[in-house]
Design a protein around this ligand. Structure first.
Ligand code: DGY
Length: 332
């Protein structure tokens, strides 16, 4: 008998078909977002879950489903998974790093540019039929080329954004990270390490790429926004909750900073109502990794992880991108 797995959201049919070669698959072609109770019920008797950031896998889910052996996220972020709880139960967790780095960096850069050059705001103005004449100061924004790019969180995606800024747009790149990067990587990205305070004070365009954790909760709030230049922009492609959205909306409304670009939100898909009323913010629905080829690469990698984690395929027992590899080691 094949092991049973749940594919928690609608995904590419060819990936579901590949999973069916190994598993008895319950999929979700109607793309219903399951409540916690429904998720627990659907996981009954399942050994694996192909998850997305929408499914919270915590102690309640694990204890109700002791047969669960693998939680494979189709996302690089995994703040939806209680990894220590999984590790304690010997449940392997995986994510999808690398395959989305360049695509997500492209989007971060695009969102930063749209924010600085007021692209969404001016497009809405045009669509409303308000464009009647040229004006010297109509939708004047701030330059990207030659400006100071500040990056908070210098993992793979932060580095890819730094390269775009330094090599493509002649930007001065500064970053802050939990730990300083190797000199060779700094050199390749042409990026200088600064304190968080210096980052906030000096950046013309601040891009947030730090993973969400209790330690990064509201890493950018009222206090941090007050340290930024009034002409600065802020772009968040990391996770909702890293930025205090209420404080950001207030800062945008009062001109404490010039503009923001947000792809992620606290409590998404809900968006803080104040953000919806301020014009100087570009809002997108968590699509930084959303290209056809990258989303397929993410789904394929999550499937490879699930197949291997449950003991099938060429790398049986060795999922390519584990988050908690310690559960894979044989007991001493
Ligand atoms: C990720 O991979 O973590 C993205 O935010 C989801 O698209």
């Amino acid at each position: 008998m094949k092991p049973a797995v749940l594919v928690a959201r609608a995904i590419q049919p060819e990936v579901v078909a590949r999973l069916r070669n190994h598993f008895d698959v319950e999929d979700n072609p109607n793309d219903q977002v399951f409540s916690k109770d429904e998720l627990i019920a659907r996981l009954k008797g399942k050994q694996g879950i192909f998850a997305t950031g929408s499914e919270r896998i915590d102690e309640a889910v694990l204890s109700a489903n002791p047969e669960l052996r693998a939680v494979c996220n189709m996302a690089v972020g995994y703040n939806n998974i209680d990894v220590p709880a999984c590790t304690a139960r010997g449940v392997v967790c995986t994510n999808t790093p690398d395959v989305l780095t360049e695509t997500t960096a492209d989007f971060g850069f695009a969102l930063m540019m749209a924010t600085a050059r007021r692209i969404a705001e001016s497009e809405h103005f045009l669509r409303r039929g308000e464009w009647k004449k040229w004006s010297f100061d109509m939708f004047t924004g701030s330059d990207i080329h030659g400006a100071t790019l500040g990056i908070l969180g210098m993992g793979r995606i932060g580095q890819a954004i730094a390269r775009r800024g330094a090599h493509g747009f002649g930007m001065r790149v500064i970053y802050h990270n939990r730990s300083r990067l190797d000199a060779a990587i700094e050199q390749e990205c042409r990026a200088s390490y600064v304190s968080k305070h210096e980052l906030l004070q000096q950046a013309d365009h601040l891009v947030i790429v730090v993973p969400y954790s209790p330690a990064s909760h509201h890493a950018i709030g009222a206090v941090e926004l007050a340290q930024m230049k009034r002409t600065a922009t802020l772009t968040n492609i990391a996770r909702g909750g890293v930025v205090d959205d209420a404080a950001l909306a207030q800062a945008l409304a009062t001109g404490l900073i010039a503009a923001a670009g947000l792809d992620v939100f606290e409590g998404e898909p809900a968006v803080h109502p104040h953000l919806l009323t301020v014009p100087n913010v570009v809002l997108t629905p968590h699509i930084a990794s959303a290209t056809v080829s990258t989303r397929l690469a993410m789904a394929d990698l999550a499937a490879d992880n699930l197949i291997a984690a449950l003991g099938f395929g060429p790398s049986a027992g060795k999922p390519p991108t584990p988050i908690n590899p310690e559960v894979l080691r044989p007991a001493p």
